[in-house]
Design a protein around this ligand. Sequence first.
Ligand SMILES: C[S@@+](CC[C@H](N)C(=O)[O-])C[C@H]1O[C@@H](n2cnc3c(N)ncnc32)[C@H](O)[C@@H]1O
Length: 278
Amino acid sequence: MPAPYRRRSSPSPRPRAKHPRVDRHRLYEDAVQSADAELDVVERVLRRAGRPARALREDFCGTALLAATWVGRGPRRVAAAVDLDAGVLAWARRHRLPALGAAAGRLALRQADVRRGPRGPFDAILALNFSWQVFTTRAALRGYLASARRALRPGGALVLDAFGGWEALRPLREKRPLGGGAFYEWEQVSFDPITHRLRCAIHFRLPGGRRLDRAFAYDWRLWSLPEITELMAEAGLTAVEVLWDPTPEGAEPAYRPRRSAESQAGWLAYVVGRRPRG
Ligand SMILES: C[S@@+](CC[C@H](N)C(=O)[O-])C[C@H]1O[C@@H](n2cnc3c(N)ncnc32)[C@H](O)[C@@H]1O
């Protein structure tokens, strides 16, 4: 599993045989998001710490799929979804909120830099699909982590994901079927071993041979797990841990706290830090 995408237990049930109007946001969700599996990880983190699962902030929210799924999971749940991009928030307002019905009243969409996001307090803050890697210096990443800590309730959790392995450190292209004749393609365009700058892009191939090149493009610093855990601690987060999936390729993922792991061609992990209680 070299490229950073979630293993899914089953293909999306949404029919994809036709794309009358190509919607890159829907394609993105189908290709790289598994909201229920991700929220299960978050709920397990909160349960283990004896914390309630009520208020969530989804940082770098894009279409706000996670925040919307969260409020749909119970009438007492509330969420804020934060993104810089007015365009993707307009998409969420048009497509996501109406589908939520009354629960839409418990989801706030906010256009802001995540470092100046809503102050909560939140039980959990999520920054998934590696988006936090837009912060390319230690100072910038530490600043984001500290601002997230301040927006958490005491005992609340910040949950990030990370990817790595030796296949992450080189240019590559990987294709995966989405069903209905469509394909998702992950490209690592360039990797600089001195700066760890990783430029990557998502392309889609659509039924009938049409292509959607560079539907999304990213310019990230590929951070290592020890760098992230150290910066979390420097930002005042405690009980910092890495959730690792030791199950073999093809099995249902099961992320659990681990202090050490074997090197792999490609891996995904979650990194969790908590706001101190006192
Ligand atoms: C890869 S998408 C993440 C979508 C979704 N959260 C997911 O898990 O797949 C990254 C999003 O981060 C947003 N973004 C980038 N830098 C940001 C910042 N400093 N503050 C808020 N949003 C930012 C972009 O506008 C983009 O919508």
